[in-house]
Every structure is written in structure tokens, then in C-alpha cells.
Design a protein around this ligand. Structure first.
Ligand SMILES: [Fe+2]
Length: 327
């Protein structure tokens, strides 16, 4: 491939009550860059660009697009050529069509996920050492997307072979080499995107990186003190897979957010992907406790980049959706 995708960049979420959403996201420590009655743009504390999360007030909650940053404007042109060669329709959104971002290209990916690629975004003050405005979990940067897809092998093959992602960790089922879930990266961490076998395509969660586990505990305390403890769905805990110290939350519209710390460097060319068995009790939670059913069953709806309609979902190719865990 002749293009360079750098990393997870931003997400555009549709939310139904901007004030409720603002209370939730600001309690995590995201910092508002700009807002009006219909929109709010958030950046995390190390961001030097305008936003990593754009909330748009809409009648129905949905995920408009998940976005990856590429290295140069030329990479965008070459990526567009690649998609067209593959027979994938490309939608260009020229600079000025969306606030604070340069031109972007949007496609519906091989799993039906609305994906966007961009290079340029407005520069803003970086808040890393503005300790006077750090609150809650002090979210430091956007880290990854996790998507439920009906055919993980298909998504895995496309992202590895066609888009140049590498695999850090993956899950199979006993006696089979079929991939049940995969963690894929462009930046040298555990992942920029992960795919899990489930009804899909749907967005399972957006992961945000924190500087340490204590920030995650601070986030729980801050949420609880604000009366937002019911937004906590799962955790805190330690994933076996990825080694992440984690917390899962649901925003007021049910979009799932993960706060995350503790993954590791994956940039060496001889790094061997780590295989996990689906039924290994330490895969999901290293300490062995079970995830709630909602975590396996519920996820956000994607919108089609070409029509704006909800993306139809399919049943997963592999039967087993919930691992056997030991409490
Ligand atoms: Fe995650």
C-alpha cells in the first residue's frame, strides 16, 4: 500500500440531549473547544488539535462516522484511489464543509462501518500542563474504536492485507483457528481498532487513554459525586487481553465509552501477536469477574455515509457470542 494511516483520530456521535451529554463527557475530563446549541467539540488534555469527539444534537442517537488520521494530504488522495480501485465509493467532504477539519474522505468499510480519513485539523492550545482545568478522569487522548461485526475474519483480512494494520492480540475458539475477535493497530500500541464477533456492524465502544490507573479511580469518584454512578457499566478491572486497566461507561444515549490505561509498545517488526482462547477466564477480566450481559448485547447504531440511513445489521458468522467465564 502507498498510503499511511497514522492513528485513531476522532468520532462523530449523534446525541439527543446536548446538556445531559455535556455533563457526562465533561465529568470524564474532556475539554470543550467550541460549542453552540446543536454541537459541542471536545478535546482531551494532550490534544493539540481542535477535537477528538464531536457531539451533534439529533432526534436519534447514532454514530455518524469514526475517523482515522493519515500522514499527509497525498495519503488521502492515494487512499481514495485505492478505495476506487477496490470498487468502494468515496465521498469527499471538502475543507469548510465540516467545522475545524480539512478535507475528509468517507467510505462504508468492508464490514459496513462508516469510516472517515483526514489529515488536517485546526490547531489549539494543548492543555497537558493546565493542571488547573484537569477534572474527573483527566482523559488524555482518544485511543481506539471497538466494533461489533458479523464476520471478524473478513474485517481482519481487509485491515491487515489492504489497509496495513498489524495485529497485537486476537481471540480464537478452542479447536478452531477462526478469529472471534482481533485487536489491530497502526500506532505502536495495542490497537486503533478492534473487531468482535457479534450482531453488526455496530460501535461497541470508543476507548480513551488515561495517564494512570489512579486517574480512572478519580473518574469514578468524580462521577459518583456528581450523581452519575449509574453511568458505570463494568469495572474497574484489568483485561487479560491488552493488559488494560479499564472502566466502561454508558453516556446518556447509551454510547459506550472505555477509560483505559496500561497497554504496551507493539512497534517491533518481530512482535508476535498474542493468542487468547475465548473461554479463558482471564482473557476478558484478568481478575476473573464476569462482564454484564449488556456489555455483550448492546452497542451503538452506525449511519450509512452514502444515505444517512441506519446501517442494517447481520447475525454473527460464529455462533458463540458470550464467553464462558468463571466468577
Ligand atoms: Fe477497548
Amino acid at each position: 500500500m502507498n498510503f499511511d494511516i497514522k492513528r485513531t483520530g476522532r468520532a462523530v456521535l449523534h446525541v439527543t440531549d446536548l446538556e445531559k451529554s455535556k455533563e457526562f463527557y465533561e465529568s470524564l475530563g474532556l475539554i470543550e473547544t467550541e460549542s453552540d446549541d446543536e454541537n459541542v467539540f471536545y478535546r482531551a488534555i494532550e490534544d493539540h488539535n481542535h477535537h477528538c469527539l464531536w457531539l451533534r444534537k439529533m432526534p436519534e442517537a447514532a454514530v455518524e462516522v469514526i475517523s482515522y488520521r493519515v500522514d499527509s494530504e497525498g495519503d488521502l488522495d492515494r487512499l481514495a484511489d485505492f478505495f476506487e480501485t477496490e470498487g468502494t465509493e468515496v465521498i469527499w467532504m471538502e475543507k469548510g464543509m465540516q467545522p475545524a477539519i480539512g478535507r475528509t474522505l468517507r467510505v462504508q468499510d468492508v464490514s459496513g462501518i462508516p469510516c472517515e480519513y483526514y489529515c488536517e485539523m485546526d490547531k489549539v492550545e494543548r492543555m497537558l500542563q493546565r493542571f488547573d482545568v484537569h477534572v474527573g478522569a483527566k482523559v488524555q487522548r482518544i485511543d481506539h474504536f471497538n466494533c461489533a461485526v458479523p464476520d471478524v475474519q473478513k474485517a481482519y483480512d481487509y485491515y491487515i492485507d489492504k489497509l496495513g494494520f498489524a495485529c497485537s492480540e486476537y481471540t480464537t475458539t478452542k479447536g478452531s483457528d477462526e478469529v472471534w475477535a482481533a485487536w489491530l493497530h497502526r500506532k505502536p500500541g495495542v490497537h486503533d481498532t478492534a473487531f468482535m464477533n457479534s450482531i453488526g456492524p455496530r460501535l461497541h465502544h470508543i476507548g480513551f487513554w488515561l495517564k494512570d490507573p489512579m486517574s480512572l479511580i478519580d473518574g469514578c469518584d468524580y462521577l459518583a459525586a456528581k450523581g452519575l454512578a449509574p453511568t458505570i457499566e463494568r469495572g474497574p478491572g484489568r483485561h487479560g487481553l491488552s493488559n488494560a486497566f479499564f472502566l466502561y461507561l454508558r453516556d446518556p444515549d447509551g454510547h459506550r465509552i472505555e477509560l483505559y490505561n496500561g497497554d504496551y509498545y507493539t512497534g517491533d517488526s518481530d512482535f508476535d501477536p498474542v493468542e487468547w482462547d475465548l473461554d479463558d477466564p482471564q482473557r476478558q477480566t484478568f481478575w476473573g469477574h464476569e462482564a454484564p450481559d449488556s456489555w455483550f448485547e448492546e452497542a451503538s447504531t452506525f449511519l450509512n455515509v452514502y444515505t444517512g440511513e441506519k446501517v442494517e445489521t447481520e447475525q454473527p458468522k460464529l455462533d458463540k457470542r458470550k464467553p464462558n467465564t468463571i466468577i
